[in-house]
Design a protein around this ligand. Structure first.
Ligand SMILES: NC(=O)c1ccc[n+]([C@@H]2O[C@H](COP(=O)([O-])OP(=O)(O)OC[C@H]3O[C@@H](n4cnc5c(N)ncnc54)[C@H](OP(=O)(O)O)[C@@H]3O)[C@@H](O)[C@H]2O)c1
Length: 297
């Protein structure tokens, strides 16, 4: 294979529920130079499972490939990592952030990196851990169009739909829209299925039927069965969805508006003590409790 045939290489930072399978997808398509995780134990276990190089330092991460992906929890984590990577990056490199943050955080990260000649794309994703593992994510991209074209093969290995929505921050603005919609869908699916239980309907058969009608959704098809089993293996932590809804709240405040769906969902997540680290589908428990209180009260 000549150098021209070698697929564009990337390093990956953040091997959590989402980043772990995304990095594995890049590795399968020949695009991964190696990965790094803050807790080294998680990185080593991931490296053993996927037979892939694990970096010991952020300096190694920065030097190993022209592109560095990030997929970490919160805005402050992204900015902290950008600060730690900056001394090791060289002009012409590209940082792609797949974490969900506020649009302003993306603009701040881009500005800091630009001072070192490094390009930045905000590239939050949707499609759950299943989509991350299958390479079928939806990618919402913000940033310079020429940079998007340079990294398109990397993005295409992660996702089946790549949408460039405008300058830096617009990928995150689109993801905020997605997260607000997800709040409504979680509210609708969890409340309606709790209602179905009260009506003594068989949930597996009902979910299958609903999934072929006008109320069909990814969330119903993938998280409805978990509600039926009252078992919530971790896909997307409630605490992270709450973080995203607070981002929506701040963005809406700039329009002088409150978002009823975001406020109601944040209130409900707060009422599920000890659930912050659970999958957001556990909202079903709160909805079940509504009906259980009535039948015992
Ligand atoms: N899970 C989903 O379905 C999903 C879907 C779309 C988007 N997202 C977004 O993707 C991002 C990651 O989500 P996740 O579900 O993968 O979260 P997660 O399982 O909690 O993993 C978080 C990752 O970020 C790392 N991290 C956190 N703070 C860090 C810091 N200051 N420096 C370095 N590394 C740090 C963690 O390292 P340690 O191992 O050391 O803790 C871990 O690797 C979030 O912004 C989330 O909103 C998630």
């Amino acid at each position: 294979m000549t150098q021209l045939d070698t697929p564009i290489q990337a390093s990956f930072i953040g091997l959590g529920a989402m980043g772990g399978p995304m990095a594995a997808t890049l590795a399968r398509s020949g695009h991964l130079a190696g990965a790094w995780n803050r807790s080294s134990g998680r990185a080593e276990a991931w490296g053993r499972t996927h037979g892939t190089r694990v970096f010991a330092t952020l300096a190694e991460v920065a030097c190993a490939a022209p592109v560095v992906f990030l997929c970490v929890s919160r805005d402050a984590d992204v900015l902290e990592l950008v600060g730690s990577l900056l001394p090791h990056l060289v002009p012409g490199q590209i940082v792609i952030d797949c974490s969900t943050t506020a649009p302003q955080t993306a603009r701040t990260a881009a500005l800091r990196l630009r001072s070192a000649g490094v390009a930045f794309l905000d590239c939050p994703v949707s499609g759950g851990t299943e989509g991350a593992a299958a390479g079928t994510l939806t990618l919402f991209v913000g940033g310079d169009p020429a940079t998007v074209e340079r990294v398109r093969p990397l993005l295409a290995s992660l996702g089946s739909r790549i949408t460039h929505l405008g300058p830096t921050g617009q990928g995150q603005a689109a993801k905020a829209v997605n997260q607000l919609m997800l709040a409504g869908i979680n509210q609708a699916v969890s409340e309606a299925l709790a209602f179905a239980v009260a009506e003594k309907l068989p949930l597996p058969e009902l979910i299958d039927a609903l999934s072929h009608g006008a109320a069909a959704s990814w969330f119903l098809a993938h998280r409805g069965p978990r509600m039926a089993e009252r078992h919530y293996p971790l896909g997307f932590k409630m605490a992270l969805h709450a973080k995203d809804l607070r981002i929506c709240r701040d963005m809406a405040a700039q329009h002088g508006v409150q978002l009823p769906l975001a406020e109601m969902t944040l209130h409900h997540y707060d009422r599920l003590p000890g659930c912050a680290e659970q999958d957001l589908a556990a909202l079903f428990e709160l909805k079940r409790a509504l009906f259980e209180k009535k039948s015992t009260g």
